[in-house]
Design a protein around this ligand. Sequence first.
Ligand code: FRU
Length: 479
Amino acid sequence: MNLPTEIRYKRYEDWTEKELTDIQDKTASSPWRAGYHIEPTSGMLNDPNGFSYFNGKFTLFYQSWPYGPAHGLKSWVHTESEDLVRFTETGTVIYPDTPLDSHGAYSGSAYEIDGKLFIFYTGNVRDENWVRTPLQVGAWMDKTGQIEKIAEVLIAPASDATEHFRDPQIFEYENEFYAIVGAQNHDKQGFIKLYKAEDRDVTKWSEVGNLDFGGRGSEYMIECPNLVFVDGQPVLLYSPQGLDKAELDYQNIYPNTYVIGQTFDAEAARLTNPSAIINLDEGFECYATQGFNTPDGRALIVSWIGLPDVDYPTDEYGYQGAMSLVKELSIKDGKLYQYPVPAITSLRTSEQAFTALPLTKNSYELELSCAPGQVSELILFADREGNGLRLTVDTENGIIELDRSQVGVPFATDFGTTRSCQVATGAVMLNVFVDKSIVEIFINKGEKVFTSRVFPTAEQTGIALLSGQVTGSYFELAK
Ligand code: FRU
């Protein structure tokens, strides 16, 4: 939604309590509120931030502007979880309230160091002429949730970057701390800069170089770069805005991509033997994915189910955006797989054999197997006429297609109403998670993923099977 700059950048203290509760009430009245996904209580939710393990729990923050479905003065909202499935929100913890983050506490990461959570983020600062200076700044969160901001800039603007220089990710590698920052160079190409903490002191960073990961620089900006290790292999996740479609075919307004390297050569700032650039998700919305390695070595990721510069039907209710399920990464036969953490099955409250169902609560998981050599057409959010979200699984040709042209309120139609991908021919396994207005579809246990929003009418609550041989289970899911 387009809102005037004065509104988007009004200081938090200048909004009344009533203005906030009014918009929260409007949001609460939405027919599309999710049950088991994180959504904002009002306003804009965008990137996942500071995904980490701290004080015996998982911590996940998100970018927030609570006053409307627009990109305003950003803050960080804190949530925590024991099981990576149920998250509890504790409130806004990083406000844009110092000269180092005056125009937004932008995206970043976090890492537990000596019993405190080190938070590394971008302070978006603008002067009276609206000229931006991006500062990489920090804060410490203690075990009681108190935040102490670090008074000095940790990384000053890089001379080879424009004003687009943000989203620091801290990670530990071979007993050293490193950080990568997304950037745009003066030729308007995206790049990633690598830093190293001096003697593991995360308040002192020195530049290693620009990360060589095989990209051709056809994008104009790289947002939210993240390096994680999957069984020791480096996987770089990033959001290259404006990427040339000759370099990678994608259909969303902005892609979310990854590259798998053989090794990470920290000193030379490069991934050795990088793969081609690959789409992380085949659905209509998935962006700014953030990952981290847990203390026990797993690589977990979570994505913003939303995209910059897109209007959503929820705008009418004063909010936008959701967090995806937490997905665990693995590499099999050189291919990246993403699948919800095992605890996801604890949401299941009842199970029945899969069959067409006219009335569901749109809160369920399907675990299905589509027979080889045929075309299955499954309609989710189906109404009596059989309209809804159509998932076609062609196991003969290895094509999977999602079509949202016949479901609920249309939106973002300029970017097309179908998405598809190729898989090997033969039987296909599907795990489909439906949550009111969110769909996450995992093909063959995470070989491909379709993450999308749909905004069904009140009548669109069914599941129909128009063709094909499909067997499996239907599980109702709890909140
Ligand atoms: C990505 C992004 C980040 C930035 C943040 C601001 O969606 O543009 O690059 O830090 O959102 O909210």
